[in-house]
Design a protein around this ligand. Structure first.
Ligand code: ADP
Length: 334
């Protein structure tokens, strides 16, 4: 396997792959994105051309890779996978691009992490379907133009704000994937349980959905851990009691916050008195990249009503204080 494919195959990777939705109709949630994408894909198919380049943005685990696979499947095309960090040299990208056949979908995960020279090569490839490969060094260097077969680039990013303007401008359509509603996660869990042959009670799936941080990948992971518990400690049937007991064993937060979410909330409340504080200061306090705090953690905490963004910085809401078992000060936002 190439390093790129290996990166997608975590332990339990085969299971994860089996749980991926295979078509737009199979994809649960994100109704706007699905409708918009359907138009983009159908329009191009009706005209007999390749669709515009597509950017998928949103926090990890919300289905960007699955969606890229679906785009290729809906077009009846092959999908080539790579990632921004894997494209360190322009030559890596040139090799990838020159191997494409007409209509292929090229998926670049974490596209905001692509190296500058590769990014500049990508501009030309996206716009004119050609690349200039520079051979040699110094005054004798020559640039050889190479044709690239018309393809559709699907980029995925957790940080669309980190993309350079010229790169962003070359995408014809940007889909923003948002956290899922508990009811949608419940449908995803039901679908996964059917695929894995798990007897999952409705009230159990509701319990797991509520603790999945709005994220299908987390929902599926919790389902697998709950199944382990049900099979080892009981008769395999996942009832609500079994789900609750299992989630307790795995220290899953009642509202689904993860370690970083809790660290950020803790720092905001305990070290900064509830704010306001800038996101980079907050990131330093928890030893994390500002980008990760801003793009992965904060959106969920805002959505969960724990953090409010104000012009002077982030502030903890009363719910955040209560979440940490503390009494909110009278001035705390609600
Ligand atoms: P991302 O690329 O955004 O990190 P993935 O596409 O890898 O997310 O999705 C993670 C897992 O979550 C997939 O294996 C898939 O099983 C599941 N998943 C994501 N979105 C959906 C969905 N809408 N319906 C069903 N399962 C989903």
């Amino acid at each position: 396997d190439s390093p790129v494919t290996a990166a997608f195959t975590a332990p339990d990777g085969d299971i994860e792959a089996s749980l991926r939705p295979k078509s737009l109709d199979d994809f649960i949630g994100q109704p706007r994105v699905r409708e918009q994408l359907q138009l983009v894909l159908r329009g191009a198919t009706m005209r007999g051309g390749t669709p515009d380049h597509i950017l998928l943005s949103g926090p990890p685990g919300l289905g960007k890779t699955s969606m890229a696979m679906i785009i290729a499947a809906e077009l009846g095309s092959s999908l080539r996978l790579t990632s921004g960090p894997a494209l360190e040299r322009a030559g890596d990208l040139a090799a990838m691009l020159s191997n494409l056949v007409e209509g292929d979908v090229l998926f670049i995960d974490e596209i905001h992490r692509i190296a500058r020279p590769a990014e500049e090569m990508l501009y030309l490839a996206m716009e004119d379907f050609r690349v200039d490969v520079v051979v040699g060094k110094g005054p004798g260097a020559t640039s050889i133009p190479l044709e690239v077969a018309p393809f559709t680039l699907v980029g995925a990013t957790t940080r669309s704000g980190a993309l350079t303007g010229p790169l962003r401008d070359r995408f014809g359509f940007t889909a923003h994937m948002d956290f899922y509603e508990p009811a949608e996660l419940q449908l995803i869990l039901r679908r996964s349980a059917a695929i894995l042959g798990i007897d999952l009670h409705d009230d159990a799936s509701a319990e797991i959905a509520g603790r999945s941080r709005g994220t299908p990948r987390i929902a599926n992971r919790l389902l697998r851990r709950v199944r382990d518990y049900a099979e080892v400690r009981a008769d395999g049937v996942v009832t609500r009691d079994i789900a609750m007991a299992a989630l307790e064993v795995y220290d899953v937060d009642p509202i689904g916050l993860d370690r970083l979410d809790r660290a950020v909330l803790g720092a905001l409340v305990r070290s900064f008195g509830g704010g306001p504080v800038g996101v980079s200061t907050l990131a330093v306090a928890v030893g994390e990249e500002p980008g990760t705090v801003e793009e992965v953690c904060e959106p969920f905490l805002v959505r969960a009503g724990m953090i409010a963004r104000t012009p002077r910085g982030r502030v903890a809401t009363a719910a955040a204080w209560l979440q940490l078992g503390l009494t909110p000060p009278p001035e705390a936002a609600t």
